[in-house]
Design a protein around this ligand. Sequence first.
Ligand code: NOJ
Ligand code: CA
Length: 550
Amino acid sequence: MALQHIDTDTPWWQLGVVYQIYPRSFMDSNGDGIGDLAGVEQRLDHLVDLGVDALWLSPFYTSPMKDFGYDVADYCDVDPMFGTLDDARSLITSAHSKGLRVIVDFVPNHTSDQHPWFIESRSSRSNPKRDWFFWRDGTAQPPNNWLSHFGGIAWTWDPSTEQWYLHSFLKEQPDLNWRNPEVRAAMMDVIRFWLDQGVDGFRLDVAHYIAKDPQLRDNPWLAEGERNAGHRDSGEFSRMVHVNTHSHMDIHDWYAELRQVMDTHHVAERGVTARYSVGEIHLFDWEEWAKFYGTGPGTGLTMPFNFSLMKTGWNAPAIRAAIESCEAAVPAWGWPNWVLGNHDESRVATRFGSEAAARAAMVLLLTLRGTPTLYYGDELGLIDTPISADQMQDPWGINVQGLGLGRDPERTPMPWDSTANAGFCPVGVTPWLPIGDLSVNVEAQHHDPESFYALTRSLLALRRSRAALTVGSWLAVDAHDDSVVAFERHASGESTIVVAVRVGGAAGVVSLGEGLGTVVLRSSSIHSSDTVDLASVELRGNTAVVIERR
Ligand code: NOJ
Ligand code: CA
């Protein structure tokens, strides 16, 4: 299965599908109500059965858990809550033995305030690590007008050394100063450490944040009534243009260096074919976004995450525009990628309003040109789990009460079966977040040939069996219908695959070209093999069809 292409020259990440695991919520192996690494290892066969190629683990490092692991106190160890370094090694080895690659989270922008580097840095103005973080003078006023993502200003006053320090997120997440070469060297050592443990790549947390304006100048404001596109916050933060906080052009040299380390470190000894680096980059200017691919092969990240489909809504013109813009923006040496959900966004089935829409969207995610990243539970069509105020865990939701920004609803435990705690943790234990509708679970969907799981699994099998759907070219098809997104995928020596998705809308007939085709899959009824005339294909509202041209 997964490693079938290992001997070809095409890197695995170009052919493969990545599955994101939020370790707290996947599987609890020791009955404390919190998922852990040994739990993930126990459930690896689910990924094999589903047919994905790699897993990405959100952070499991030593952490006070103020931001559930995105506040790292030791980059090179495992938090006891998640297990031990040996558990991490064991998971990596097991995953590899099952043909799965392992990608770990790397959090370059900030540490925890409990990281020894910050503790040292904070201890005195003359400490050798003082400049590893951002310390600035200021009297009653902070050094500039920057705001924290999680509410309030981005600076905290340290009374003992009488300076402010910068934190783009929580005050317990101080920003590292990547302009200091010692910081860059230390972070490259972290990369080497995890490569030595056998990981195949990294997902870089808020990757664009590491390079700020060298003078830390104020950010401009949008005009009254205007809002930043693409930001979940509806408060003051979304009225600020964060130009000086991130994406300074120096960043590209630092990622070129990181890429160099990844492409060379113990590559020959380990027989490595390709390593993967994907940056979490919330930039919606395609030109700026594409710069993270570097200036030529091997000079940038493997790819910046493409979050455009998380911002379009379930809207056909916006989706078509996102796909066309991405196809136009990715440089010749780059490769696109697509994301519909993650641990920071409302679940797809909730965002797009229905299971039917989420099924059609899954067809889109798995047939577009580029590497898809699939969030755990989206293969079941999970919806957001309602979280009451007293159940809330996410610091963002807690800090910015009332704005609905908490991310707990999309982070609830994976439902494995219909028993009281869904097979996630033992019955009688309270899971860290409530579990959603128990009738939606892996076991039940396994037995249902038309389930969401069956659809995702069939799509993944189809992808693996057709070069057209992996390395094939992409071409827009004009279906002459505003509510339809349609395109063709083609690889030489294979029949062309035509995909059409009706986004909302009412049932109707669409034109997808000329000649006859065989329906390989419909989002609403998976096992079909009808013959259709491409000039008039029946397409119901919120459904998708995949057709093989004859
Ligand atoms: C982005 C991560 O995806 C999110 O979960 C986290 O809170 C912030 N970065 C801060 O690290
Ligand atoms: Ca546990």
